[in-house]
Design a protein around this ligand. Structure first.
Ligand code: MG
Length: 160
């Protein structure tokens, strides 16, 4: 068995009007969307950081700074694709991912299978190896007031 390493990722983005809500690469009908330089896909960003962290490669800000015009409005799935390439180049392959989205609104359960498909396609990982959950903070704090959405992710990688 090869060397196994784990990584953790966490991200938060603010919810604002007049933006699309993209989570796990899936466009979700909602009156607000996440604010950010890219498409602000908070789930995909957390997964990117988990993968990079596991491989000891820093975080997505290292590779895709929000000062870089090339990444304005970019699909975060493209960033994930690049992160996968960096991890593979470092000699590792993803084994599984588990993630939780924290959002008071909208309800996300029905969209989770599509997110698994989209993320799995980019990572060349079976959707069965991607765990996704959605929860709320029971109305507590900024996330509970619907001011933003957070996501946390862990991943396991193994020497390829
Ligand atoms: Mg982010």
């Amino acid at each position: 068995m090869g060397e196994q390493r784990i990584g953790i990722g966490y991200d938060v983005h603010r919810l604002v009007p007049d933006r699309d809500l993209i989570l796990g690469g899936v466009s979700i009908p909602h009156e607000f969307g996440l604010l950010g330089h890219s498409d602000a896909d908070v789930l995909t960003h957390a997964i990117c950081d988990a993968l990079l962290g596991a491989a000891g490669l820093g975080d997505i800000g290292t590779y895709f700074p929000d000062s870089d015009e090339r990444y304005r409005g970019i699909s975060s799935l493209r960033l994930l694709e690049e992160v996968r390439r960096l991890v593979l180049d470092a000699g590792y392959a993803p084994i599984n991912i588990d993630a939780t989205i924290v959002a008071e609104q909208p309800k996300l359960a029905e969209h989770l299978p599509a997110m698994k498909e989209a993320l799995g396609a980019v990572l060349d990982l079976s959707p069965a190896r991607i765990g996704l959950k959605a929860t709320t903070t029971e109305g507590l704090g900024a996330l509970g007031r619907g001011e933003g959405i957070a996501a946390m992710a862990v991943c396991l990688i193994e020497t390829a």
